[in-house]
Ligand binder design. Structure first.
Ligand code: BDP
Length: 714
């Protein structure tokens, strides 16, 4: 009955059609063209759901919603008949029991055309209900992307165990580095009012295979661990459970003091150990499938084991021991650096954690960002990948664009994620990619995963723009299959989100694929990094040199002077390259072999350094800055040609955002040219205009109020 009502409601919806505000994300089940619908309809006549679990119900509801919407006629529960879609596991369906599921892992699915009682049916099968749920979304995706479904035999299993969305949401509703409104968690009204949006959120996460949600900021407020919030977390967990999603929280290391009333948070103190154990017991009594803790320790003002002269492993293990009996895990962040440490910031996490390999409990993983500094438009891979063979490691990527233009730039980030996943650590010889570190195949780790720092907020379109949704989508797909291609993912997303028309998909996917490189070009080409304005990181600030600690200043990162530019991280400089495997280090150290995209990350070179193109470094820099601007202009032009294929709302918003990005790219380029010219003292290459204003003009552009303030901001 419920399914029938969903289907009916869906069919009535188009008549009430509201503006395309992006709320539906890629789960946009609008009626397809009549001819296509006629082709698909015979293979989707009814839903036969075996099993009574809430996960199977969620899967069947989604199919009813999706198929009814796409086909433009109610598709609801029915008996086995021609064209039925049968859901089940070996335990719930004799039909599934007869299938070969040996290739699947526990969350994988098989979608197969077969016969049942003489009828041609499609079976969506999993070893567990979770597989069935993922299979249901995969089946809908086939139709949304207009793949044939009449004769199917396909299977897929996630390669990583924990695929988790990390929200940097504060308990007061603000979001650190959030550019899409406020937190969607309305703690104040929970648990009595559970916003239906939580369910839509869970549907979206499940559709891309995300199976964990860490609800609060890594700069954690300790109150999340109090009974008041545990009650609310339990209610949220109940909404997520039918979607096979576990709840996790960021735990503040000093919580035993702040909310526990203890005098210390020293991990070796028996009272502290007991406190964490009791806390874990309390949480699991309310949330039996609670996932575990994410911890940011000894970084940017956060407390941690160093405060008690203990190691990061001592700190992680006390929490791990508390969670272990319940099956929970600790995700210990590698983002550790200190304002008091004079070592190259890019080296500090490795220095701190590498000696601890093998000292962490087996339910602890170390979670490292893609690069050693901080979510820059481009960084080389983090040296800890490949260097911790006896420790499980998660890769953390940022979906929200803190350093890449906040909400408005188009930057499609999957190529960035793909670049790091495919980077070769050489830890066990060639082919030791980051992908193989995190999927466990390189060192045999079994606790595998990937985390994405959310770009989700209360904006109607969830992520601040339609194209930002693609970063959310791509994260899930890459966490499921870290070997997936960013272009193929963009194509799927595009077809589900906009239209399958090749006249649209072709040019717009090309535009997406070029968009992150455009940001690299107009902001920080050739290995430059961290030249953004202070605190909020919005706009250029390469000149900033007056902040208290050296590594807070962009000048620390570019080292420009009369002789040249770049951070010498070779043995003649900070020797950060020594933290990489010898083969990788040799490549980075060698001016002739280093990929130019990383040149200034590792080397300080003269302005006249000869590049592969034959040009000087200075000319090459200017050309990159201008190329970046040109790419944003091209994107604007591409989009202008797409008007016939897009609804007016999403067309207009995207067009406006592209214009903003073009403008900001020009601002970046001009500011960089104006500033770095003062060191290079070289003319611009022919055909490249000087900055229209002098340096003081750009330095004077100051934004005091930018969304997404960090709790550690001054
Ligand atoms: C930096 C952000 C800061 C975060 C920090 C982190 O600027 O807001 O708290 O990363 O990852 O990128 O902990």
């Amino acid at each position: 009955m419920k399914r029938f009502l969903i289907a009916l409601a869906l069919l009535l919806v188009p008549s009430l059609a509201h503006a395309e505000d992006g709320y539906e994300l890629w789960l946009r089940y609008h009626p397809m063209e009549t001819r296509a619908a006629a082709q698909y309809a015979p293979s989707a006549t009814a839903i036969v759901a075996n099993g009574s679990s809430e996960i199977v119900h969620a899967a069947a509801d989604e199919l009813a919603r999706g198929l009814s919407g796409l086909l433009g006629k109610p598709v609801t529960d029915g008996l086995v008949q021609d064209g039925a879609v049968v859901l089940g596991t070996p335990a719930t369906s004799p039909l599934v029991k007869g299938l070969d599921l040996s290739k699947l892992n526990d969350e994988g699915y098989l979608i197969k055309t077969t016969t049942a009682d003489g009828h041609k049916v499609t079976v969506i099968a999993g070893k567990t209900d979770a597989g069935v749920l993922y299979g249901a979304f995969a089946f809908l995706k086939l139709i949304q992307t207009r793949q044939p479904i009449a004769s199917l035999d396909l299977s897929s299993s996630p390669r990583l165990k924990v695929r988790i969305m990390d929200h940097w949401d504060n308990l007061n509703g603000t979001i650190e580095r959030g550019y899409a409104g406020f937190s969607i968690w309305d703690w104040q009204k929970m648990p009595d009012w559970m916003d239906p949006r939580y369910t839509d959120y869970a549907r979206a996460e499940a559709s891309i295979g995300v199976n964990g949600v860490n609800v609060n900021n890594v700069g954690a407020q300790p109150e999340i661990l109090t009974a008041t919030y545990i009650r609310r977390l339990a209610a949220l967990a109940a909404v997520f459970r039918p979607y096979h999603i576990r709840v996790y929280v960021s735990a503040r290391f000093s919580a035993p003091i702040e909310v526990g009333g203890l005098k210390t948070a020293d991990p070796t103190d028996p009272a502290v150990r007991k406190w964490w154990k009791d806390k874990a017991d309390e949480i699991y009594a309310a949330i039996p499938d609670f996932g575990g803790f994410l911890v940011k320790a000894n970084s940017e003002g956060q407390p941690g084991p160093q405060d008690y002269h203990r190691t990061q492993a001592d700190g992680a293990n006390v929490m791990a021991d508390a969670l272990k009996p319940h099956g929970g895990i600790v995700m210990w962040r590698a983002f550790i650096y200190s304002a008091e440490n004079a070592q190259d910031r890019a080296m500090q996490a490795y220095t701190e954690l590498h000696p601890l390999d093998g000292k962490f409990r087996d339910n602890v993983i170390v979670q490292a960002k893609n690069g050693p500094i901080d979510f820059q438009p481009r960084e080389p891979f983090h040296p800890l990948f490949g260097a911790m063979p006896r420790t499980g490691m998660f890769l953390e990527v940022q979906l929200t664009k803190e350093y890449l233009g906040l909400a408005t730039s188009l930057a499609y980030l999957a190529p960035l994620y793909e670049e790091v996943l495919h980077a070769d650590t050489y830890a066990k010889g060639p082919g030791s990619t980051v992908e193989r570190v995190i999927d466990g195949s390189l060192f045999g780790n079994t606790l595998t995963g990937m985390a994405g720092v959310s770009n989700i907020g209360t904006d109607r379109d969830w992520s601040g723009s339609t194209f930002n949704q693609a970063n959310w989508y791509a994260f899930g797909r890459l966490a499921w299959d870290p070997g997936a291609s960013s272009r193929a993912i963009a194509e799927d997303w595009m077809k589900m989100t906009f239209t399958t028309d090749p006249q649209f998909v072709g040019p717009v996917v090309d535009m997406m694929m070029a968009s992150r490189e455009a940001v690299v070009d107009y902001m920080t080409p050739l290995g430059l990094a961290h030249l953004m304005a202070t605190g909020h990181h919005y706009g250029p600030g390469p000149w900033v040199n007056d902040l208290k600690r050296p590594e807070w200043n962009p000048v620390y990162y570019h080292h420009a002077d009369a002789t040249g530019i770049g951070f010498d991280r070779t043995p003649s400089g900070s020797n950060a390259t020594s933290q990489y495997a010898p083969a990788a280090a040799a490549e980075f150290n060698d001016l002739n072999r280093i990929p130019e995209k990383f040149l200034l990350w590792f080397h300080h070179v003269p302005w006249t350094h000869k590049m592969k193109s034959g040009r000087t470094l200075w000319d090459e820099l200017v050309i990159h800055w201008d190329d970046g601007v040109a790419a944003t202009a091209r994107a604007e032009a591409t989009w202008a040609g797409m008007k016939p294929y897009v609804d007016a709302e999403r067309y207009a918003k995207t067009a406006a955002y592209l214009k903003i990005e073009h403008h900001e790219a020009q601002w970046w380029r001009d500011a960089m040219v104006a500033y770095f010219s003062t060191f290079s003292k070289l003319p611009l290459p022919a055909g490249h205009a000087p900055a229209p204003h002098d340096l003081r003009y750009y330095e004077a552009i100051q934004f005091k109020y930018v969304p997404g303030r960090a709790i550690s901001d001054p």
